[in-house]
Design a protein around this ligand. Sequence first.
Ligand SMILES: [Zn+2]
Length: 223
Amino acid sequence: MQKANTRFATLTRMKDAYDVQHLRHLAGEIITNVRELSRAGLTPATSSNFSLRLDERHAAITVSGRDKGKLTEADIMVVDFHGNPVGSEHCPSAETLLHTHLYHRFPEIGCVLHTHSQVQTIASRLYASDGHIRLEGYELLKAFAGNTTHEAAIDVPVFANTQDMVQLAAQVDESLDRQTMWGYLIDGHGLYAWGRNMGEARRHLEAFEFLLSCELELRRLQR
Ligand SMILES: [Zn+2]
């Protein structure tokens, strides 16, 4: 059995301590899953970022600017729920706050995935002026946790792109006050999707990707 002082990161402030073994386990999970998402074309040109809840105060998240198809353990860092790095000199992505505010608000959320696929980017451009994309009548709506029928409709918000993450997180919070949401788009940018664990977050991400591509194709055919 590991001694407590080797298993837990030795940090100056006790509230910053986290379980290093658990972090390594989560890093492995992120690396394996993100490699697959990268191969599927969801993370072009080092974009996108991915995180898992580490404990009730911390998340493990990808370091900014790394090739997401070639991640190693060194490319995963710890942040607190205010988006500050913990025990690392690496720079977290500017968008870290968009992950951590979800962990802070919903104790049940365990994973946040942010991608930049072509489908997501084009859909965000086309529907930005409406402020949302309505997905309705699709069997695959049942992929979203809590939906039990295709007779449902969900409105995926499309927020204006900005470098002000505090403002964007506040807009996301306002939307979450009004509806259950498993994701949103940012104009000209990409998608955020989340779930209680990696499996559920990936299911939501894949459902969004598929349904958005259906909407784009229908639009093209209906011209
Ligand atoms: Zn991004």
